[in-house]
Write a protein of this length. Structure first.
Length: 331
């Protein structure tokens, strides 16, 4: 029995490390990460686009790498021959959590293709002017990847709950990818991503038009007879709406804007396993429930399992999400 499974009980679920919580959730966001990698234009950039010379290599910085979904998708593109071997690609997978880092280092040692990956701990306490601080409200792994034709230093850092972006002093990036991210204030991250792009650089990010895990939790919470009041999040605009996203990007003079709905299914082998996949979601959503978090949070898992078993039976179950895959070019 894994450590994560052994801590998935009422007494210990709040004491789990990030890796123990997120372990087993890989396929919750990996389909969107794959689609984002493809729509970003990475394969064509890797084969020699306007931003790369014939002998340039590609340096990719995967920030807040977590379980490594984005890195794995890039390795897959390379293994399929979509990145020319003569050009070369190096990926830096970074995080600030040691449990995630240890997991990534173990992949380096045993998994095919990870020889092109450097694993680095990113300093979350760098103090520079014009820092951008983001509070993540994501129940899913939040991944930020930066693609550049020149070497990058680890200027950004991401934890499961916060992202600190120190000053990026010059526009270095050919492509910026932000995957599966729900933030309480997305505007600063968008502005910073656009600012550090080269002319004709590509901004790529995903948001959720319909987040299956959140709707499942909303259903479970609605069945509780009582739960603590929590502050309402500040409105930032309807980021689930394609036209709102286009409007924001047009206001920043971005070109070739493409917003593609991507529907995909998220599976588990049983209702209990799907409830376990909601572990990080439940912890984040119930984080403001104070001393009742432990008790009511565990009740949430029971409600989720009950709902899925009632509607889909004891075998394999699924939920459905729709990501908006967004790409745009800086003029």
């Amino acid at each position: 029995m894994s450590t994560s499974t052994s801590k998935f009980n009422q007494a210990q679920w709040l004491s789990a490390t990030p890796l123990e919580m997120y372990e087993g959730t890989y396929n919750i966001t990996s389909p969107a990460a794959e689609q984002l990698s493809l729509q970003s234009g990475l394969p064509s950039i890797a084969k020699g686009g306007p931003n790369l010379g014939a002998n340039d290599g590609i340096e990719v910085l995967d920030l807040g790498s977590g379980l490594g979904q984005v890195t794995q998708e890039l390795i897959k593109l390379r293994s399929q021959g979509q990145v020319e071997p003569t050009r070369g690609i190096r990926i830096t997978a970074g995080d600030i959590d040691e449990t995630f880092l240890d997991n990534l280092r173990s992949k380096q040692k045993v998994e095919k293709g990870w020889d092109i990956v450097n694993v680095e701990k990113l300093d979350a306490n760098i103090d520079r002017p014009n820092d951008t601080i983001l509070s993540l409200a994501s129940p899913l792994l939040s991944l930020l990847s930066l693609l550049s034709p020149s070497p990058l230093s680890p200027l950004l850092s991401l934890s499961p709950l916060s992202l600190s972006s120190p000053l990026l002093s010059s526009p270095l990036l050919s492509s910026c990818l932000v995957s599966s991210c729900l933030v309480s204030s997305p505007l600063p991250s968008r502005d910073e991503s656009i600012r550090v792009l080269k002319p004709r650089g590509t901004l790529s990010f995903s948001t959720w038009a319909y987040a299956g895990p959140l709707h499942l939790l909303q259903h479970a919470i609605a069945l509780l007879p009582s739960y603590p009041l929590t502050p309402s999040p500040p409105p930032e605009g309807p980021w689930t709406q394609p036209e709102y996203i286009r409007k924001i990007l047009i206001e920043h003079n971005m070109k070739e804007i493409k917003v593609t709905p991507f529907e995909f299914q998220q599976y588990a082998d049983s209702p209990k396993e799907m409830a376990r996949k909601m572990w990080p979601v439940v912890k984040i959503i119930t984080s403001q429930w104070g001393e009742r978090q432990g008790e009511l949070g565990w009740t949430m898992f029971e409600k989720i399992e009950e709902l899925l078993r009632r509607d889909q039976g004891d075998g394999r179950v699924k939920i459905i999400s729709v990501a908006l895959i967004v790409t745009a070019k800086k003029p």
